[in-house]
Design a protein around this ligand. Structure first.
Ligand code: ZN
Length: 604
């Protein structure tokens, strides 16, 4: 907000021609004159809608302060776009100016209409205080509403103790406590988290220099893992009864519900202009899904209504210094589910079910998740029994954060976080109970003809795809024999012929695996066996098969099993059985790289 305040003997204006944004104006305001008046020329700027209330409050306070000093009780609010080159949308500007007008009670106020060409005459008084300009930036203020945070640990037995006193042998939970209490000391000064080296070394993912910072390119191996993860979460959501949908990536900030929901994200919003309209890029699928729910005719019979979308992409305008490999990006992939529930009691039931899905994903992916349950004190007080029961059911201690008031749309949420090499949380699955959005987006359902508001759950069943991969890599960075879960391994079986003589037989073996929907490849490079085995190790291949004279004669393969670090003998059928057992019901996708490693292009 730019303000130019001029104390004048008089100020008068007359509307001439309306622009297409012209506000409807009463005859009495088409021309006006005030004497001994403080004229407030105003330009509402981009970003002022991050916190409209704060913009209004601070602008009104500035006007009041000067009006008192120059001893006038007359104010004219005058829209003056020329004060800034970064204007807000007209809707926001009008809202702010109306807000300022309403806040100046006790003053005689005239607000000149917005969106009109006007002629004006002003006579400035010329004393030292008569001309002043101010710039007001609401986003510079951190969390206007003062909220106290208290941290506890609730043991698996349901007992609550202050977090700081909790002594634990569980390194991950201890790290999370330290981080949440603000006691984390950066141990990584200038050192990259290990997953960044790994994502490049393994030709999975890299930064894209031709895009904005924090946008990634996925190379074939990374894309394969990503697609398997996407299949995995899709089937979880559909099995759970969610209906997949797809919604746009950008939304019009002139819509009040959109900018209110967006403002919860503060300056992290990723914005762009579409012609003259201010748009924001979504940070999750809430916007599109809520708009869809609003337009539906829902009855109680339709609840719980579960919608699922893989929001490719979602956006957060992270600071440059915060962008970190797969942990934090500006564009990321958020599997997002929203459940419209009958009421809070139902929401609690589905909350528990969906949290279970989050924990299950951790065990499917080989990630240890610790839980952070955040809630308003009020909700905790009303639901302590349920929370204790929930934590006892999961059989592990949770960190609890209690907030003295509600600043977000949720009254409670649970984040499941992995811990990186430097002891910082990587938040993945989340479930949140939202008591605000149904009203904001006008989502309703009917019960016996009576209109009701649903309670809505926001859930990411497994967390952002990038963060999930980040958590896997960070966990493996500390293992002596790192590997992907077998169902995610780009190559599940590598066949290495001792010499060219055994190429044809090796190809047959690879074909048998392929028929069994197992990803197998063939290392036909001109290298020593020792080197090829070492390279397969570098690729974290879970099963390595070496084929020579004896194997071809007997059909018994010599297999190196990475997980157990053991060698064993098995027929092709036995190995297929073994891999199938390991993959279980997890999704399967064919190998997307050339089977023969000699034909694979290098990406890095
Ligand atoms: Zn959401």
């Amino acid at each position: 907000m730019r303000l130019l305040l001029i104390h004048s003997d008089f100020m008068e204006y007359e509307v001439k021609k309306g622009t297409r944004y012209a506000e409807k104006v009463e005859d009495s305001l088409k021309r006006a004159k005030m004497e001994d008046v403080l004229t407030a020329f105003m330009a509402v700027e981009q970003g002022d809608d991050y916190d409209i209330d704060a913009t209004v409050e601070e602008s009104a306070a500035s006007i009041r302060e000067i009006a008192e000093k120059v001893q006038t009780n007359r104010v004219m609010i005058y829209p003056y776009a020329h004060l800034s080159s970064e204007l807000s949308s007209p809707e926001v500007a009008i809202e702010v100016m109306k807000g300022v007008e309403a806040s100046l009670n006790g003053y005689e106020v005239i607000r000149a209409p917005f969106g009109w060409y006007k002629s004006f005459t002003i006579k400035c008084k010329g004393h030292p205080l008569s001309e002043l300009s101010r710039s007001i930036k609401p986003e510079a203020k951190v969390e206007r509403k003062h909220v106290e945070h208290e941290f506890y640990i609730m043991g698996a037995d349901g007992n609550l103790m202050p977090a700081a006193e909790f002594v634990t042998r569980n390194r991950d939970l201890a790290d999370i406590i330290i981080y949440e209490l603000g006691l984390h000391v950066a141990k990584d000064l200038g050192v990259e988290p290990p997953h960044i080296r790994m994502m490049k070394d393994k030709e999975l993912v890299d930064y894209e220099p031709l895009s904005d910072a924090g946008h990634l390119r996925w190379m074939p191996k990374g894309k394969l893992i990503r697609d398997i993860l996407i299949d995995y979460v899709y089937s979880i959501a559909v099995d759970y009864g969610a209906m997949p949908v797809e919604t746009p990536v950008m939304y019009d900030l002139a819509n009040r519900a959109i900018y209110e929901h967006a403002s919860k994200f503060g300056e992290r919003q990723y914005r762009l202009k579409a012609g003259t309209r201010d748009m924001m890029l979504r940070f999750a699928a809430c916007f599109g899904m809520f708009s869809m729910m609003r337009d539906m005719h829902l009855t109680k019979n339709d609840l719980p209504l579960k919608l699922y979308e893989l929001s490719t992409y979602s956006f957060r305008f992270e600071q440059r210094g915060e962008i970190t490999g797969l942990k934090r990006q500006r564009a990321f992939t958020m599997p997002d589910m929203h459940t419209a529930c009958n009421d809070i009691e139902d929401a609690k039931k589905y909350f528990e079910e969906q949290l279970k899905i989050g924990f299950q994903s951790g065990s499917d992916l080989g990630i240890n998740y610790e839980a952070i349950f955040r809630s308003t004190k009020e909700f905790y007080g009303q639901n302590e029994k349920w929370i204790k029961h929930l934590i006892r059911d999961f059989g592990k201690p949770f960190m609890i954060e209690l907030l003295s008031g509600r600043t977000h749309y949720w009254i409670c949420k649970c984040d499941l976080a992995a811990v990186d090499t430097f002891g910082r949380p990587i938040e993945c699955p989340t479930v949140q109970i939202d008591v605000e959005s149904a009203i904001r987006f006008d989502i309703k359902y009917y019960e016996m003809g009576v209109q009701e508001r649903p309670t809505i759950l926001h859930t990411s069943p497994i967390g952002g795809i990038e963060r999930v991969l980040c958590s896997i890599l960070e966990a493996q960075a500390n293992e002596s024999t790192p590997m992907f879960p077998i169902w995610l391994s780009p190559t599940q079986v590598r066949v290495i012929p001792i010499s060219d003589k055994h190429l044809a037989y090796s190809e047959d073996i690879v074909a048998s695996f392929k028929d069994a929907k197992i990803r197998a490849d063939l290392d036909d490079r001109d290298e020593s066996i020792g080197k090829k085995i070492a390279l397969a190790g570098k690729d974290w291949v879970p099963y390595i098969v070496v084929v020579g004279e004896k194997e071809e004669e007997t059909g018994v393969l010599s297999v190196t099993v990475r997980k157990q670090r053991e060698k064993k003998e098995a027929s092709v059928e036995e190995l297929i059985h073994e891999v199938n057992k390991q993959v279980g019901n997890m999704p399967r996708k064919p190998l997307t790289l050339p089977e023969r490693i000699s034909r694979r292009p290098k990406f890095i």
